[in-house]
Design a protein around this ligand. Sequence first.
Ligand SMILES: Cc1cc2nc3c(=O)[nH]c(=O)nc-3n(C[C@H](O)[C@H](O)[C@H](O)COP(=O)(O)OP(=O)(O)OC[C@H]3O[C@@H](n4cnc5c(N)ncnc54)[C@H](O)[C@@H]3O)c2cc1C
Length: 564
Amino acid sequence: MPYFGEALSVQPSSPPTIILLDLQQSHATALLNPVESTPIHLPTSIESKRLAQTLSLLYATLTKIQAVGRIDLSLCSFNFYRSCDVDCRLLRSGVRTQDGRMLSDSMTTHVPVLIVGAGISGLVCAHSLRLSGVDAQVVEASRRPGGMIRSERRDGYLLELGPQSFSSTPQLDELCRNLGLENELLTAPHRAPRFLVIDGQLKQAPLSPPAFFTSSLLSARTKWSILRDTFGHTAPPDEDESVAAFVRRKFSAELLDKLVGPFVSGIYAGDAEKLSLRAAFPQLFEAERTSGSIIRGMLRATKSKKDPKHKPALQSFRDGNETFARALAARLGPALRTEVSVTEIRVASAGTSTNYEVTLTANESMEHLIADNVVFTTPAPAAANLLRGIHPGLASALASIEYAPVAVVSLAYPKDHIGQSLDGFGFLIPRSEGLRTLGTVWNSSLFPGRAPDGHSLFTSFVGGATDSQAVTLSPDELVSLVHKEIAPLLQIRQAPTFSNVTLYPRALPQYNLGYSQLVASLLKLGVEFPGLWLAGNYLRGPAIGACVEQALCVANEIRAREAR
Ligand SMILES: Cc1cc2nc3c(=O)[nH]c(=O)nc-3n(C[C@H](O)[C@H](O)[C@H](O)COP(=O)(O)OP(=O)(O)OC[C@H]3O[C@@H](n4cnc5c(N)ncnc54)[C@H](O)[C@@H]3O)c2cc1C
């Protein structure tokens, strides 16, 4: 193995140790050999950054095997010095971990960016970085990329096991164009009505101003409260305010029960009494803060939108939402590895640059690599586990984020056994109706190809923050519960001919009171540990569009860091 150039002086104490640095193909392998004693040479052409990475890897390796004794490495021509306390094991062709396993050769890989998790956040972040020439690598613990976005074809049905659709954003539009998916996109009928269950009956939700003011669902008092907001002036309280307290203060308890509560269930599966207005619905908070009125503030925000031509539409793909994840994964190719979990991260600083030693576990084997940047796109509890050794305070903050559980129940029926017209998006159910189903999406009314001819497919959600025990029911119990609750609403006259249940014990993060402060503290991570980044649905909102926005924002910041 050719070594050139300057000698690295190694002054071991007991036992005598030689450290060979194999710098071929930018891989650095530390070989510890207590028998031979040979000077170590390094290539003269090595740039200081690569040398720093190599030595930091060596340091991380020595720390990893927890050797005792002292090794001083000094390299005069590079002005680099590091020392560490080590207990050198007898190692000839690799490094053995404390529990006796061999670390493979790829332990020496160095990557500029490692992305943990291949949900939509991780995939989009990696895609954006790689498009601009940054070698981002992604590892995903499960077998398939996409995270919560899961579409499956079964018995002629196209099931959405997680999100049912997504609201378009300019960034999502651009990604779809970039991935060549425009022709695969489906847009739900723009004016598809949404329904509410009021007194056991489906009633169309009044979502436009004329519909709102002429609706018989709401009292004159609630309508008056909207006019009062339009012409009056209020200021939000200093302390964090719940969504429920905000709606009662500004409008009415009736609006909370019939309209806002159900929509809060639809977006967060949340409890309006606990959700923070400023964290969960920042546009409403800002509208009141800047304009003294929700209506005037929202109108002003619409006028000053960055992309006024963009009209949000409800979308999916011909082959389901997972098309998006599959297309991103295909673009990433071998840069995405599935069934590989990140199990440990340590700081492995060298010289002036900070980087991170990452342990990957796949089946029974372990690998180590050094990453300049690590992007955590996992759910918050998984990020908390990985960050505990680096920043216990931040790990506790991440671990404190509450998640609402949700059961997703898909049921199908022959159309001629359904009495209700199914022209619309579906319905939401106020908690005051006393049903456990939160709402139901009419999949086969929204997008074509969701069910075989002559059948209708519905997806219902049960559980959420106000009914956390629902996910402990068995799939059979959930099927019969949902059927029993929706059959009278839709005038269904027979048992479902197809069913599927997917349980999410931790479906959606809850942006509860105090959340804005918590997020601000999380975003300090990158300041305290340059190169560590957070993305995911607990930062900007749970919607796919918000996850994409956060992922692209992290990609931009990494590009800026790499360019420095
Ligand atoms: C039931 C349900 C319905 C929804 N409906 C909608 C909707 O209609 N519209 C909408 O816009 N949004 C909806 N959402 C929200 C949206 O789907 C999610 O917020 C979004 O998909 C989250 O993506 P993510 O990449 O941030 O996280 P995830 O999808 O959770 O991905 C994180 C990934 O990290 C991996 N991972 C975890 N730990 C490790 C580790 N140690 N090493 C490697 N990998 C790891 C996981 O396996 C996972 O694949 C819904 C969510 C749910 C649960």
